[in-house]
Design a protein around this ligand. Structure first.
Ligand code: GLU
Length: 468
């Protein structure tokens, strides 16, 4: 049997890490089993669905690399199919028209509540044979009256629901639009979904969906309801905790694989391995191993993993990410060698590509911005004379490489009997504008001779004009 999974987000809020984890588990399980992964946008709630939420789903899945083998399907494009199946169920007798009015249902509810019973539809119209004048009916599914439905959930184990607790669900409203649970059932059936992996806030929908699938003579998929992601305070992760659109992580300079790696470990583990490549996740992930304890979102760990992946990646792989961060800063670059060099020099000291880009502006900008504090500290007193000496030494270097630059700076430090820092810091401020950069030899080598010397010159000029 080929495994078919699906991710079925409703575009009513922006896709955030909770949804991404569900998508990831579905995608991974399909890849682990050489199955198929479907993307289905559940956009029937027209009032709450938004274009921008759909965009975030499509762009977010693209950025994450969670490509679908089928889809995206949109439920709003399948309305005819739902109508057709409602007609089929009416004909087969597994659904019926209900003419109870809103007022009657409210009265029923009030009576049940007064008797301290759980409000539920009693099936009054199950036996009705004639339409009622002036009432547009809804269509209800004829839920079995007896017995129980057992969801053999891969995460929660068997969960039993008594049919007596499940009333006859409305599957089409009086304006004949299909309802949410019905669309899911028809889609899962039509798309041949074998494994439904979704948030455990849907567990209560499952017995009804299973009953409908059985009434349709369709195969019932295997269910796995994964626990919610919680905020650090233990409540369901929400906007309040900064649960933002997945695309925000792109903006913040995270690598998609780092976010996926972080999310795969929420509720799933593989020995004590923390860092996974995508291929390792695919090889090791099994939905049967997901546990039901909810996990809390930990931004620090995500940052740590991001750096781990930055350290392990081939520099060339990180170039497009750094490039897009530089663009955001108004410093577009197409210098592949420089970007790779900057990545190697900076990745030990930065946790995101955004931080890397911010700390590397001086490599890409035409002119530097002098940090006044760094200038006051390192470019005062005899710094100008020293800098001029360093400049002269560097200008004559036959080979502009980090080792050659390093040897020259060391030579000058020894000759002037100043510490290395006394030579390196003014130089650093002169070429970067700040007192913090990768090792000075690496920094100069990356900047190149021409730019390095030009920056030293312009700093010397500034110092000279400040003195006059
Ligand atoms: N559309 C539902 C949601 O976004 C998921 C439904 C399902 O996976 O069955 O919560």
């Amino acid at each position: 049997m080929t495994v078919v999974t699906r991710f079925a987000p409703s575009p009513t809020g922006l896709l955030h890490v909770g949804g991404v984890r569900t998508a990831l588990f579905s995608w991974l399980y399909a890849h682990h089993t050489a199955g198929r992964f479907i993307l289905r946008v559940e956009d029937t709630d027209r009032e709450r669905s938004t274009e921008s939420a759909v965009r975030v789903i499509l762009d977010g899945m693209q950025w994450l690399g969670l490509h679908a083998d089928e889809g995206p399907y949109f439920q709003t494009q399948r309305m005819d199919r739902y109508s057709e199946m409602i007609a089929v169920m009416l004909r087969s007798g597994s659904a019926y028209r209900c003419y109870c009015t809103k007022e009657e249902l409210e009265a029923l509810r009030a009576e049940q509540t007064a008797r301290k019973e759980k409000p539920r539809y009693t099936g009054l119209c199950r036996t009705r044979t004639e339409p009622r004048q002036g009432v547009a009916p809804v269509v209800r599914f004829k839920n079995p009256l007896e017995g129980a439905v057992v969801v053999e959930d891969l995460v929660h184990g068997p969960v039993t629901f008594q049919n007596s607790e499940l009333d006859d669900l409305i599957i089409a409203r009086s304006d004949s639009t299909p309802t949410y649970n019905f669309c899911v059932v028809i889609d899962d059936m039509d798309m041949g979904v074998t494994h439904v992996i979704r948030g455990d806030d849907h567990l209560n929908n499952t017995p009804r969906q299973m009953n409908m699938l059985r009434a349709l003579g369709a195969a019932v998929p295997v269910y796995a309801h994964v626990p919610m992601i919680l905020g650090p305070d233990g409540a369901k992760l929400s906007k309040r905790h900064g649960a933002v659109s997945v695309l925000q992580y792109a903006e913040e300079g995270y690598l998609p694989v780092a976010l996926l790696n972080y999310l795969v470990r929420l509720g799933w583990s593989h020995g004590d391995q923390e860092v996974f490549t995508l291929a390792e996740m695919i090889a090791a992930f099994d939905i049967h191993d997901v546990n039901k304890a909810a996990s809390a979102f930990n931004p620090e760990k995500l940052l740590w993993l991001n750096q781990q992946h930055m350290m392990r990646a081939a520099p060339a792989e990180l170039v497009p990410h750094l490039q897009s961060q530089l663009e955001r800063l108004g410093l577009p670059s197409s210098d592949q060698a420089l970007m790779e060099g900057v990545i190697v020099a900076q990745r030990e000291r930065t946790k995101t590509l955004k931080e890397m880009a911010l700390n590397s502006r001086f490599f890409f900008a035409d002119a530097i911005t002098l940090d006044p504090k760094a200038a006051a500290k390192h470019l005062s007193g005899d710094a100008a004379a020293l800098l001029a000496q360093v400049r002269a030494g560097l200008a004559t270097l036959p080979d502009w490489s980090a080792p050659a630059i390093n040897a020259e700076i060391n030579r000058l430090a020894a000759e002037s009997s100043l510490g290395l820092g006394r030579v390196a810091q003014p130089l650093r401020v002169a070429v970067t504008g700040t007192a913090i950069s990768p090792p000075i030899d690496v920094t100069l080598a990356l900047l190149g001779r021409e730019r390095s010397l030009a920056r030293i010159d312009s700093t010397l000029q500034r110092l000279a004009s400040a003195r006059h």
